[in-house]
Design a protein around this ligand. Sequence first.
Ligand code: CBA
Length: 461
Amino acid sequence: MGKNSSACSFEEKESDKSLSVAGRRIGSLVRQLAATSMEGQADRDGDLRFQPTAGSAVSAFQHLEQAPEDPILGVTVAYNKDPSPVKLNLGVGAYRTEEGKPLVLDVVRQAEELLIQDRSRYKEYIPIAGLVEFNKLSAKLILGDGSPAIGEKRVATAQCLSGTGSLRVGAEFLSKHYSQHIIYIPVPTWGNHPKIFNLGGLTVKTYRYYDPRTSGLDYEGMLEDLRAAPPGAIVLLHACAHNPTGVDPTQDQWEGIRQLIRLKGLLPFFDSAYQGFASGSLDADAYSVRLFVGDGGECLIAQSFAKNMGLYGERVGALSIVCRSATVATRVESQLKLVIRPMYSSPPIHGASIVATILSDRNLYYNWTVELKNMADRIISMRHQLYDALKARGTPGDWSHIIKQIGMFTFTGLNKDQVSFMTAEYHIYLTSDGRISMAGLSSKTVPHLADAIHAAVLRLG
Ligand code: CBA
């Protein structure tokens, strides 16, 4: 408690005539003490005035402005406040069933049962770099069975707080230990990327990625920008299911990107948040990462289990750094621990134990691939249903990109005003860049969305 506050409250009481003589003496004593303490403070701090942090009417945070909501997660905040029975949240990339409900995978429930029944398990701190088994299995999942990089022990992996935490730890590691601090990110990209990398100590630059005229990849623009990057620059690549555009390079284009990156000595940093969600196949969606790792060069990979295992709130992910040699990988891991320890000490145990249980059990693993494929297929079917619904309504425009794009999102091309209109008139919530989370749609809600898009295009097209 601030000493000043005791003095103040006593002064108030002193004016009360009913106070006893003893009370007034105590009051004067408290005032003297407060004054002595203030003098002491002034002596120590020179000109500084005594600033109470308690018992003062003015907050130490008075000057703060109200911060805006996050452009993606804020959409859910607005959605939650809407009382309309027809409201629809297509903002955040979170999978919903045909009934519009969040989904806990059966294999996750089974793994949790096994974990609960195993009385030998404790809730002790786990190592700074996370569960050893989880790390091994995560690296194997993205790099593939029999990956030479794993066989040669050239991969340093740390369990991190989902995809976001993995990117952040990677950024902090690079800003501490890598010679080049410039990172190139695509335009557009996931809105959190620039913030993560800036706060992680890197300088963010951009490369062309999406061409609104073709609703496809601006491959030439991308190569031109990367060619102009300074030697050693870091390049952020979406491993698959690019967010927000749903546009991925073809295999040939990936090869062209790889050659340029290696030729120029750039450092690839893969963000793999949707492995299995793009095509329904874990291997097919790891194609780009494996192509780069296959040439023996170095790269970083941030993995998330939020979407493909539905473990959003468990915050499970991994950062893998593929190195030239086992010796370097060991040193890299030791340095990763120095980044993590003062940040959050060590990661949580539960989510990583679920993942390790599923990835290490043949049956659970197989059942997971089936459930994952079902989710991916349902999203693909939503694409076709939405496309057909717009065609049926004769909505002006070419909507074929809805079925061409892949992954969780459709980058519709709707503008900010059209999005606002859809929210105000149809209670449909999406990000202001016109991105729709296809995973939030169901057969029942497609007609409502198609009506809203149709009206928005006719009114504000
Ligand atoms: N990278 C990319 C490309 C992503 O799209 C997301 C999630 C993440 C981080 C990393 P996590 O930390 O949960 O593992 O994911 N992006 C969102 O799905 C959403 O979860 C999205 O709606 O864009 C978010 O956090 O914004």
